[in-house]
Ligand binder design. Structure first.
Ligand code: FE2
Ligand code: FE2
Length: 294
């Protein structure tokens, strides 16, 4: 069911999902690398065609992620009646997303997950955070269920209230029907002041999906990492203060702690999976059920 590969460019403008993450690295370069690099040239290699596909991706994302669209996707996916897989089979399934357009630089999805989790483990963080690293992008299987790129990846943001201008390419929201809907286009929209993010609907994507899958399995800090790891307008730009409650403000530290591992742990040398497997088998057994429902 590899719809993604065969869908026209107009629907899926990115050559691969990695193009979005590569663009994030351009927006939020690794501070350590900047400090140590002789020149920042490596961060300045914007190729215009690549930028254009990312722009087009965000145009589609901002145009089509309406409140109604999010409600529909929640109905469609949060019943978890699509597929049930043992966890290792789920990683194999996710890896069908491997992009073959640039085999030299792109890691498969599982390698990204493992490099993220290993970087977290190396720094001595709690084991549930290591598990977050391993699982955080599992929701990208949405692409394999036929969802377009703009409904799987990209920065996430609240729907049902005014869009922050701290979201990347805010001008594209003018094309979103909610932009002119008085129910949704005020500062608070359908929400109460400082109602807490748990009461806010986020644009649909891989974050919300994996959060819902794991919400009974790991501590709260880890759930915030999963659910908001692409909410850059919040965790990097400080937007949406008016919707936060004290609990969100406390949990923000976890989301911020996780983000560099997601962005900066990519390394061309794959970890030695054979050596690592016993540790991860035990970790998964500790926190997760035998099978995952999608
Ligand atoms: Fe992600
Ligand atoms: Fe990631």
């Amino acid at each position: 069911m590899d719809n993604n590969q065969f869908t026209p460019k107009e629907i899926n403008p990115l050559g691969s999902l990695d193009e979005w993450e590569d663009d994030l690295l351009e927006r939020y370069p690794d501070p350590e690398k900047i400090a140590s690099a002789k020149s920042t040239e490596s961060y300045r290699n914007y190729e215009e065609p690549a930028r254009d596909t990312v722009r087009e991706f965000y145009r589609l994302n901002h145009t089509h992620q309406t409140y109604d669209f999010v409600m529909e996707k929640q109905r469609q996916y949060l019943s978890f009646d699509k597929k049930e897989m043992a966890i290792w089979d789920a990683f194999d399934f996710l890896n069908q997303l491997v992009d073959d357009s640039d085999p030299d630089t792109d890691l498969d999805q599982f390698q990204h997950l493992l490099q993220t989790s290993e970087a977290i483990r190396r720094d001595g963080h709690p084991d549930w955070m290591v598990l977050v690293g391993l699982m955080h992008d599992m929701g990208k299987v949405l692409c394999l269920f036929g969802e377009p790129q703009w409904a799987v990846v990209g920065d996430t943001f609240p729907v049902g209230c005014a869009y922050s201008d701290k979201i990347i390419y805010p001008e594209f929201f003018k094309e979103n029907p909610d932009y002119n809907n008085p129910k949704y286009n005020t500062k608070y929209g359908i929400y109460e002041p400082n109602c807490g993010l748990r009461n806010v609907h986020m644009s649909w994507g891989h974050d919300e999906y994996i959060y819902q899958m794991m919400k009974d399995s790991i501590p709260e800090g880890g759930l915030y990492m999963l659910r908001y790891h692409s909410f850059y307008a919040w965790h990097r730009e400080g937007a949406y203060e008016h919707l936060l409650d004290d609990h969100d403000r406390e949990m923000l530290q976890w989301v911020k702690l996780f983000n560099p591992y997601d962005l900066y742990s990519k390394c061309p040398v794959p970890p030695d999976w054979k050596e690592l497997k016993p540790y991860y088998t035990a970790l998964i057994e500790k926190y997760l059920p035998k099978t995952l429902k999608f």
